[in-house]
Design a protein around this ligand. Structure first.
Ligand SMILES: Cc1cc2nc3c(=O)[nH]c(=O)nc-3n(C[C@H](O)[C@H](O)[C@H](O)COP(=O)(O)OP(=O)(O)OC[C@H]3O[C@@H](n4cnc5c(N)ncnc54)[C@H](O)[C@@H]3O)c2cc1C
Ligand code: FES
Ligand code: FES
Length: 508
């Protein structure tokens, strides 16, 4: 299925965005990373007449750290938050949690604020907002307002946002000195939505617990926090009383959560899992609390920013990247898209609802990009956008404007591509797939090749376990995973060989 037609609006300022939303009313929808919204559009579970695309709005891509909070702008991608050392130093929980959100290709595009506005209690970041007593910053036609997390989430996928309002940022509250955090979850495959997950924060002072709380993933209808102070206060971690306290905390969680049955797990199993994960997470948080006490001690002597420090966090793929003014169109049902694909500027006139995957395949006739599920799960359509893997079925061609796309066809032009015995040029990953029989029918292969090519740039020498995790967001229907893992490891070797080889003509 493909999205129903809509009018695409590309405002440049928050004021413009709010004005369009006000005019569109219930027929308008905000588009941020699209990693939750576009699957719904593709499956026609939603069909708004107007999409207000935030990706060119200036000033929404910053992470700001103060003594009280970490403020995350509406265009900060999950991957940008995960990479931010400043956010990690201020609130380690953010990285502990965001690492569990989906697969890298989804995190490269999806935004943390979008995840909170989506209000899915199966999402990690709404749980983190609840655990940190966070605040949502909203702008609408009547001005701006701040909403406490406890008032923001109303029900499953439901918030108190009005249709004409925009979330410009969320603020995650920082914990006092001596607070340690941990985040853990159980999923069938790393990166899948959790069957159950928990985040905990424990404050230890003078050797005893003074405060403890937890929040949950996939086991409550609405993100919220459970105060565990009454069962753990005054207890010394490691003592017999601590063991009793952990059991009491698990019982409190068992009574608090309210999961539902689904095809992945029964409600009883999820309830038991949430309780057990909490029991296991609390000691980890205590371990981190000692570190936290030291860090916050440093901060008070000036090692952490004492006033707001601002960091761009979208990286090269981010929509903080400058866009050509000439390409700007504020409103269109169709229009000309200009992108650089495999090093070549390409343009075409397409409907706004044209998915990037279809644009590549049908308009540019680059059929190497395959389309499987069209809701982000299979990974067959993965391409590199400014060097980072993203799902081309979860982007519109118009949102790729002015970005650089590399498809599987472009991999053989990489600087480390070499002619294979068959005559074709192959990059190290392609060569490794050929050597290790990393493909059978080949349908999934383009997505694996782009994903692994980008992964090896970040981690050139993966272990076998890391190789498995690297491909966890890609499905092979022929189930040839063993040879694909071998291909990842062989590709790393070929990259090293090619990086150290003597250029032609320089040998003795
Ligand atoms: C295969 C797959 C696996 C996934 N796994 C997980 C997972 O394990 N955990 C998890 O948490 N998420 C998961 N996700 C969802 C992903 O994290 C999304 O990125 C995130 O939920 C939404 O962010 P977005 O920027 O893509 O929002 P969009 O999809 O653009 O928007 C989502 C909703 O929020 C609204 N919205 C977005 N931004 C704003 C704003 N600034 N103001 C007002 N409204 C706004 C939109 O109108 C829409 O209703 C997964 C997605 C896929 C495709
Ligand atoms: S992830 Fe895009 S087609 Fe499956
Ligand atoms: S090789 Fe056939 S789907 Fe993966």
């Amino acid at each position: 299925m493909k999205p129903a037609p809509f009018v695409h609006h590309a405002p440049r300022t928050v004021e413009e965005a709010v004005a369009v939303l006000a005019e569109a009313g219930h027929d308008g929808k905000v588009l941020a990373g699209g990693q939750s919204l576009i699957p719904l559009l593709n499956m026609r579970l939603a069909s708004p007449g107007h999409l207000v695309d935030l990706n060119r709005v200036a000033g929404l891509d910053a992470i700001e750290v103060t003594r009280e909070f970490v403020r995350v702008g509406a265009l900060v991608r999950h991957a940008g938050l995960q990479r931010s050392e400043e956010a990690y130093a201020a609130l380690p929980l953010l990285r502990q949690a965001v690492t569990n959100v989906a697969h890298p290709a989804i995190r490269n595009r999806g935004t943390t604020v979008g995840s909170i506005a989506h209000a899915d209690a199966a999402g990690e970041m709404p749980a983190v907002l609840a655990l940190t007593d966070g605040t949502v910053e909203v702008v609408g036609p009547a001005g701006s307002r701040e909403i406490a997390c406890a008032d923001f989430f109303l029900g499953p996928l439901e918030t108190c946002l009005e249709p004409e309002e925009l979330v410009v940022a969320v603020r995650f509250g920082r914990f006092p000195a001596g607070t340690g955090t941990a985040f853990t979850e159980s999923a069938r495959r790393h990166g899948d939505y959790a069957i159950a997950g928990v985040g905990v924060a424990v404050t230890v002072s003078d050797g005893v617990v003074t405060d403890a709380r937890a929040s949950f993933v996939s086991v409550t209808a609405v993100p919220g926090a459970l105060d565990l102070t009454s069962v753990l206060a005054g207890v010394e971690p490691g003592s017999d009383a601590w063991e009793r306290g952990l059991r009491a905390a698990a019982e409190a969680v068992h009574a608090y959560v309210d999961p539902e049955d689904d095809i992945h797990a029964s409600a009883d199993y999820r309830r038991m899992l949430a309780a057990e994960l909490t029991r296991r997470a609390l000691p980890h948080a205590v371990q981190h609390s000692a570190q936290s006490a030291e860090d916050r001690g440093d901060s008070s002597s000036g090692h952490l920013p004492t006033s707001s420090g601002r960091f761009g966090a979208t990286g090269p793929q981010g929509d903080g990247a400058p866009l050509k003014q000439s390409a700007h169109s504020t409103e269109r049902e169709d229009g000309e898209v200009t992108v650089v694909v495999n090093g070549v500027p390409r343009s075409a006139t397409v409907p706004a609802r044209r998915l990037l995957s279809d644009f590549l395949r049908h308009d540019l006739e680059l059929t190497g990009t395959h389309v499987g599920c069209e809701h982000g799960v299979c990974g067959a359509c993965t391409v590199l956008v400014d060097g980072r893997p993203m799902r081309s079925c979860l982007m519109f061609a118009v949102t790729a404007q002015d970005h650089e796309i590399t498809t599987v066809e472009g991999l053989c032009d990489a600087p480390d591509a070499r002619p294979a015995p068959t005559g074709e040029s192959m990059n190290p990953v392609q060569q490794a797939f050929a050597e290790c029989h990393g493909l059978q029918c080949g349908f999934c292969t383009p997505g694996f090749l782009t994903t692994i090519t980008a992964y090896l740039d970040d981690n050139p020498q993966p272990t076998s376990e890391q190789a498995r995790e690297a491909i966890s967001g890609n499905l092979c229907r022929c189930t040839g995973y063993q040879n694909i893992v071998k291909s990842v490891l062989r590709a790393a070797e070929i990259r090293t060989e090619r990086a150290t080889e003597t250029p032609a003509g320089e040998g003795t």
